[in-house]
Design a protein. Structure first.
Length: 283
């Protein structure tokens, strides 16, 4: 049943385990917050990794860390079902800490095996407003002995653009420390494309909503082509997420996109299964 639930979610069907529209303070919501707090304490949060592969030479460019909740009775719960709750209940800071710590430990373990695998971690914009965040990232990097350039922080376009003035200082401090910034879900926000030049980001990730139907939709191809060109003109690397077939992979290569991520290559996997995937693909 756990696997079926997960499969249904991955297939994009609307399966809501937790209703994130619940009002603050309702008993049910408070119970869920308590459950999530316990989950953080009892290490029920597990990080999966999805490979990012370069379109030109098909080498691994890194992995994205995607958190899952291995719930004792509900099975594997996806992040869309608890990240919003964590954001509204003050649990996103400890959650981010857990994901950063596990991802960088994993990165260290790969380095010790001779594998150079940069990691990307999703960050809620709230983290950038937290005065201790830059220091927190520096401490985890130091503790694990991972070079800052091996860490990319993915920030969603809509969130970062809406609070740009307040985020700018933190973004510049992170970049000065050697950490990389990626603008996630690019194309879905309301900001103008030209705002991108104000962000100290080295990477743009085109949202999967533009990629999923690209093989058959000329308009999506036009949008993706325009984003690739703009990002390159601004000196940024372009990643496309949501590649589910070979034809889309080829079209993205034709458009000059740099890196691809999606089920066509691999689903997000627990670390041991990702290691097997890397061996099978001689990476
Ligand atoms: P995202 O950052 O846009 O991550 C990409 C999502 O697309 C992931 O969903 C991934 O499993 C899915 N995906 C990858 N390839 C394909 C594909 O070929 N086709 C389709 N249909 N989907 C694909 P996931 O893992 O459920 O994560 C959902 C969102 O939750 C993420 O979206 C991210 O915004 C958030 N999230 C995940 N982990 C964390 C975390 O540690 N911290 C925070 N703050 N947010 C997280
Ligand atoms: Ca992401
Ligand atoms: Ca996305
Ligand atoms: Ca997202």
């Amino acid at each position: 049943a756990e696997i079926a639930m997960y499969a249904a979610k991955e297939a994009g069907r609307d399966l809501r385990v937790f209703d994130s529209t619940l009002d603050d303070g309702t008993p049910r919501r408070l119970a869920l917050v308590a459950e999530l707090r316990d989950a953080l304490r009892q290490s029920e949060l597990v990080v999966y990794y999805q490979p990012k592969v370069r379109l030109d030479d098909e080498e691994i460019a890194g992995v994205e860390a995607l958190v899952r909740w291995h719930h004792p009775t509900r099975g594997i719960v996806g992040p869309d079902d608890f990240i919003p709750l964590a954001e509204r209940s003050g649990l996103i800071e400890p959650l981010t800490g857990v994901v950063l710590e596990s991802s960088l430990r994993q990165c260290r373990a790969w380095l010790d095996e001779g594998k150079h695998v940069p990691v990307a971690v999703n960050i809620s914009v709230r983290a950038l407003l937290d005065p201790g965040f830059v220091e927190q990232v520096a401490r985890v990097l130091e503790r694990t002995g991972v070079a800052p350039a091996m860490l990319t922080l993915e920030l969603t376009e809509s969130s970062v653009m809406s609070d740009l003035p307040r985020c700018m200082g933190t973004l510049h401090q992170l970049v000065a420390s050697g950490v990389r910034i990626s603008v996630d879900d690019f194309g879905t926000g309301w900001s103008s494309l030209s705002q991108l030049r104000h962000l100290p980001a080295s990477e743009v990730k085109i949202d999967k909503s533009f990629i999923l139907a690209m093989a058959t939709d000329e308009h999506d191809i036009a949008v993706v082509g325009a984003i690739v060109k703009l990002a390159h003109d601004l000196g940024k690397r372009v990643v496309a997420e949501g590649i589910e077939d070979k034809l889309t992979w080829r079209k993205l290569a034709d458009l000059g996109c740099d890196v691809a991520q999606g089920f066509f290559l691999s689903r997000p996997l627990p670390p041991e299964r990702l290691a097997a995937w890397m061996r099978e693909n001689a990476l």
